[in-house]
Write a protein that binds this ligand. Structure first.
Ligand code: HEM
Length: 248
């Protein structure tokens, strides 16, 4: 049976102080999208079978950070380093996941329950464990099922693309998914269901969400009901941020 990790009262206070610092930093640097993506890329390498990868701070390793799939994270890691300098007891693993939670919150998204206690690792997972945006339904399912996540998690978490943009020099894709990329809401799903693109971005993996019946049901639900999206997103984000964390 899994049980919650134990962190002491001092650590919990430091987490709350770091949370406030992250709010201020993300607001002043306007860096919510890249902070969310950093948290996702640290966590999304998890392999449920081997219990490797996951949110363990390994993305700060130069070798992992410099991989093609992680282009553009240097600044985000540097910003987190500023918070770390003030709260050195906190693990990088907790700090990056806290930054993801705060990024969603300060852009108007749901409150995501945050439980601290992740351990840091300096062992980077293999390359190629994160989804490839040029691929389709089968690939998405293979990657997220490997993490132990579901179809519902795939669609809810893809709603993270309500924030930010693609940069040609980083991924080879260019553009924003929504008209207001600094606001966390359900417009990503509304845009997905429109036939016209309005010049907005749809990656092949975004389009895939309308090409599978189970995916499509959730896309329609989230486009219609923002509250349901927020509730499901918060639950899926929490799962992602805790992969492999309380089961060992
Ligand atoms: C950006 C792929 C899932 C959050 C991007 C970019 C790609 C991509 C290609 C553009 C990177 C760049 O050029 O800067 C994918 C694929 C996914 C996926 C294939 C599979 C479903 C997620 C998830 C989240 C997320 C689960 C968070 C919950 C973001 C954010 C950005 C982004 C916030 C914008 C970053 C910025 O503005 O700098 N993603 N992503 N993505 N992704 Fe995803």
């Amino acid at each position: 049976m899994s049980c919650p990790p134990v962190v002491d009262a001092y650590y919990l206070k430091e987490i709350e102080r770091a949370r406030r610092d992250l709010r201020a930093l993300i607001y002043s640097k306007q860096c919510a999208p890249i902070m969310l993506r950093l948290a996702w890329h640290d966590a999304g390498t998890y392999d449920a079978k081997t219990k490797t990868g996951g949110p363990n701070g390994s993305i700060r390793n130069e070798e992992e950070c410099k991989r093609d799939e992680n282009k553009g994270f240097e600044k985000a890691i540097e910003f987190c380093g500023e918070v770390m300098a003030k709260h050195p007891k906190i693990t990088y693993a907790d700090l990056y996941q806290l930054a993801g939670v705060v990024a969603v919150e300060v852009t108007g998204g749901p409150t995501i329950d945050f439980v601290p206690g992740r351990k840091d690792s300096l062992v980077s997972p293999n390359k190629g464990l994160l989804p490839d945006a040029r691929k389709g339904v089968r690939h998405l399912k293979d990657i997220f099922y490997r993490m132990g996540l579901s179809d519902k998690d795939i669609v809810a978490l893809s709603g993270g693309h309500t924030l930010g943009k693609a940069h040609n020099e980083r991924s080879g894709f260019d553009g924003e998914w929504t008209e207001d990329p600094m606001k966390f809401d359900n417009t990503y799903f509304k845009e997905l269901l429109k036939n016209k693109s309005n010049g907005l971005l749809k990656l092949p993996t975004d389009k895939a969400l309308t090409e599978d019946l189970t995916f499509l049901c959730y896309v329609k639900l989230y486009a219609d009901e923002e509250e349901t999206f927020f509730k499901d997103y918060a639950a899926s984000h929490k799962k992602l941020s805790e992969l492999g964390f309380r089961s060992s």
